[in-house]
Design a protein around this ligand. Structure first.
Ligand code: ADP
Ligand code: MG
Length: 259
């Protein structure tokens, strides 16, 4: 994993601007419903951001805009120098550079674990099967389940499936990883094994945006915690300040509900 990240790092060092994501006055509506209200957020290379906030506050919508799973109506969003406009070429580059891990794993149920990991590299990146499988096995080792390679997703535990989903993203050599509540569908005993993989990835320098309410994880890895409510960024600060010294009633209320 680290070798891969180092390669990215070399490539990235040529880029002058250290903000890999620049979101300016982003506004989005679902019909009449104003779901994102003037969201501003810059993320530096290697930075780790945790987003928290009540259900329905727009967290998923916000991060889905970053890899263009959602479109928006107003504002600007630049990812790794590419402005998000309705240009298919740009969308392909963004999808390649930005990996995403979802709450419900989203693995292909009819493919083996190894096939889940190699399908993208073979079909999208045009890698040989041999090379794709070698990379896939390396990442399965990293997430500590190489022995599961020939099983199907349904034969694995939730925690194992989520680790496969992370490995699958890493096989595409992303520059940025987005996580949308990756542990909230897991039984408590499986949360740690997934968070451990995420902490390792953070330690290796990956740029990460994680929607999660795992405060221990936020305190350990986040450079910044962003609190969203009602489609707005209400507060952002270091984990210590956010959790120990909330400035708004809204954040205080939210914290009192999750602790
Ligand atoms: P969060 O991830 O913080 O729980 P979401 O970004 O999923 O919030 O949703 C924000 C709001 O937008 C919610 O009120 C939700 O019901 C609404 N919403 C999400 N997706 C859609 C959609 N495709 N069409 C209409 N409303 C949506
Ligand atoms: Mg969500």
């Amino acid at each position: 994993m680290s070798q891969n990240l180092e390669n990215n790092e070399t490539e990235q060092s040529n880029v002058q601007d250290s903000d890999v994501i620049k979101i300016k006055n982003l506004n989005k509506w679902y019909g009449n419903f104003h779901v994102l209200k003037d969201v501003n957020l810059n993320v530096k290379r290697g930075e780790k951001i945790v987003i928290c906030g009540p259900s329905g506050s727009g967290k998923s919508t916000a991060i889905r805009c970053i890899n263009r799973l959602e479109e928006f109506q107003q504002g600007s969003l630049i990812v790794d120098g590419v402005e998000m406009i309705d240009d298919v070429k740009n969308i392909e580059k963004i999808r390649r550079d930005v990996g995403m891990v979802f709450q419900h794993f989203n693995l292909f149920p009819h493919l083996t674990i190894l096939e889940n990991l190699t399908i993208g590299p073979i079909w999208v990146q045009k890698k040989s099967k041999e090379e794709a499988e070698k990379t896939a096995m390396m990442y399965l080792e990293r997430v500590k389940i190489p022995d599961q390679a020939n099983k199907y997703p349904g034969q694995l535990s939730g925690g194992q499936q989520q680790r496969v989903a992370i490995a699958r993203s890493l096989c595409m050599s992303p520059k940025i990883m987005l996580f949308d509540e990756p542990t909230s569908a897991l039984d408590p005993e499986m949360i740690k094994e997934v968070l451990d993989v995420m902490v390792e990835l953070a330690d290796e320098g990956m740029t990460m945006i994680c929607v999660t309410h795992e405060m221990g994880f936020a305190k350990k890895v986040a450079d910044r915690v962003i609190f969203m409510d009602g489609g707005e960024i209400v507060e952002q600060n270091t984990p210590t300040e956010i959790f120990d010294n909330p400035q708004t009633d809204r954040l205080q209320l939210f914290l009192s509900q999750i602790i």
